[in-house]
Design a protein around this ligand. Structure first.
Ligand code: 13P
Ligand code: SF4
Length: 358
C-alpha cells in the first residue's frame, strides 16, 4: 500500500472514534430558542459582527444568518462573503477549515466559531506531515487540494479547489500540460478524473457523510419515483454519481433544483441543504437519497456530525465571551493565501464566483 492509501486507512479508526464522541446539541424549547436569538442579535450589533453559515448547519442558524444580514452558502462563497463584508467580526457556523479559510483571507478580522471542535473527516484524514511526504515523492506534479483541508495543507498546495470549480481548474492545468497530485477526497478526485481525463494521483480520504450514500437503495427509490431528478454532491461514491442527473457543489445543487422541471428531486448531500432547497423550490417534493439498507454502517445518516455541533447556545457563548477565535500562524497564512487567491481569481474570471455572491 502506498502512503496515500495507508494514512487515511490508519486514521479511519480515530475519525470513527471522534464521531462516536460527538455530543448532541442541547434540546431547547421554542421559547428558549427565541430568547437566545434575541440575545445573539443584540450582540451582533454591539460587536459589529455578522453570521456566515454553511448550508449544512441547523435550520435555526441558517435562519439567524438570513435575518441578520449575514449569509448562507457553500464553502467558497462563505469565505468570499466574509472578506468583502464590512463587519470586523465574522461568526462562522460550519467546520474548522471554513473558519481558517476566512482567517486566511481576512487576517485583520476576528473570526469566531461556535465550537472549535467541529472538524471534517477530509481534513482529519490528511495530516500535513504525511501529505507533504507524499507530495515530495512526486515533485513533478502540481499539488491540488480541496478546500476541506487545514491551513498547513493549503500552504503546501499550488492550487486550492472547491467542488464548484474543481473541473475548470483541473482542465486548465491539463491545458498547461501539468500532472496532478490530488487530495484529500478520493470520490471527488475520481469524479474530476473521469470528467477531465487528467493525469492525477490521489490521496485516499473521504467524507463520512457522502460516503454513506448507497447505490442499491438509490436505484430502488428511483424506481418508486420515475419522474424524479437525482442531484448529487461529488463527494459521493462513483456508483451514486453515475446515477445523477446533476452533480455539483451545494450551491450548484440548489441552482440545478431551481432550473429543473421535475416535480420531485432526490438529493444526495447533507440534509441541512433542505432548508434552503425548500425555499428555492417550495412546490417540489424533496427526498433525501438513502444512506443505506439492512447492511448499512451509517455513522452520519446524511448529516455531518461536526456541522451539527454548531448551536444557538455555543454561538451565543462564543460571541458573548469572544472565545473560540481562529488563530493562524502568519507565515503559514501567507503561504496558503497564494493558492487561495489563485482559486478566487480564476473562479471570478470563469464567472463561477461573481460579485453578486457576496
Ligand atoms: P461545498 O463546497 O459544496 O459547500 O462543500 C463543502 C462540504 O464540506 C461538503 O461536504
Ligand atoms: Fe467534511 Fe463531509 Fe462534514 Fe463536509 S459533510 S464538513 S466534507 S465531514
Amino acid at each position: 500500500m502506498s502512503l496515500a492509501e495507508t494514512i487515511p486507512h490508519k486514521l479511519q479508526a480515530s475519525i470513527d472514534n471522534i464521531i462516536d464522541n460527538v455530543v448532541p446539541s442541547p434540546w431547547l424549547s421554542e421559547a428558549e430558542k427565541a430568547d437566545y436569538i434575541v440575545k445573539i442579535k443584540a450582540l451582533l450589533k454591539q460587536k459589529n459582527a455578522v453570521v456566515i453559515a454553511h448550508y449544512y448547519v441547523e435550520d435555526e442558524l441558517q435562519a439567524l444568518a438570513e435575518e441578520t444580514g449575514g449569509h448562507v452558502s457553500d464553502s467558497l462563497d462563505m469565505a468570499n462573503f466574509g472578506a468583502q463584508h464590512s463587519a470586523n467580526t465574522l461568526v462562522i457556523c460550519g467546520v474548522r477549515f471554513m473558519g481558517e479559510t476566512s482567517k486566511i483571507l481576512s487576517p485583520e478580522k476576528t473570526i469566531i466559531m461556535p465550537t472549535l471542535d467541529a472538524e471534517c473527516s477530509l481534513d482529519l484524514g490528511c495530516p500535513i506531515d504525511e501529505f507533504s511526504q507524499f507530495c515530495d515523492q512526486h515533485p513533478d506534479r502540481e499539488v491540488v487540494v480541496y478546500a476541506n483541508t487545514s491551513v498547513e495543507v493549503k500552504a503546501r498546495a499550488d492550487w486550492i479547489v472547491t467542488s464548484s470549480n474543481a473541473i475548470q481548474i483541473v482542465s486548465h492545468l491539463m491545458d498547461e500540460g501539468k500532472k496532478i497530485i490530488w487530495g484529500p477526497d478520493r470520490h471527488l478526485g475520481q469524479y474530476i478524473k473521469n470528467k477531465t481525463n487528467a493525469d492525477m494521483i490521489m490521496w485516499q480520504g473521504n467524507c463520512v457523510v457522502h460516503d454513506e450514500f448507497k447505490l442499491y437503495e438509490l436505484e430502488e427509490l428511483m424506481k418508486k419515483h420515475p419522474q424524479a431528478e437525482v442531484l448529487v454532491h461529488p463527494e459521493s461514491p462513483e456508483a451514486v454519481i453515475a446515477k445523477a442527473d446533476f452533480v455539483g457543489s451545494t450551491k450548484q445543487i440548489i441552482a440545478a433544483g431551481k432550473k429543473s422541471n421535475a416535480p420531485t428531486l432526490i438529493i444526495a448531500t447533507d440534509h441541512g441543504l433542505f432548508y434552503k432547497m425548500k425555499q428555492a423550490v417550495p412546490d417540489k417534493l424533496l427526498i433525501p437519497a438513502p444512506t443505506g439498507g439492512k447492511s448499512a454502517t451509517c455513522k452520519s445518516c446524511a448529516h455531518c456530525p461536526w456541522m451539527a455541533m454548531n448551536t444557538l447556545v455555543n454561538l451565543y457563548e462564543a460571541l458573548r465571551d469572544g472565545t473560540n477565535t481562529i488563530e493562524v500562524d502568519e507565515e503559514t497564512r501567507k503561504k496558503a493565501l497564494l493558492p487561495l487567491n489563485r482559486m478566487i481569481d480564476f473562479s471570478r474570471e470563469q464567472g463561477i464566483l461573481t460579485a453578486g455572491d457576496a
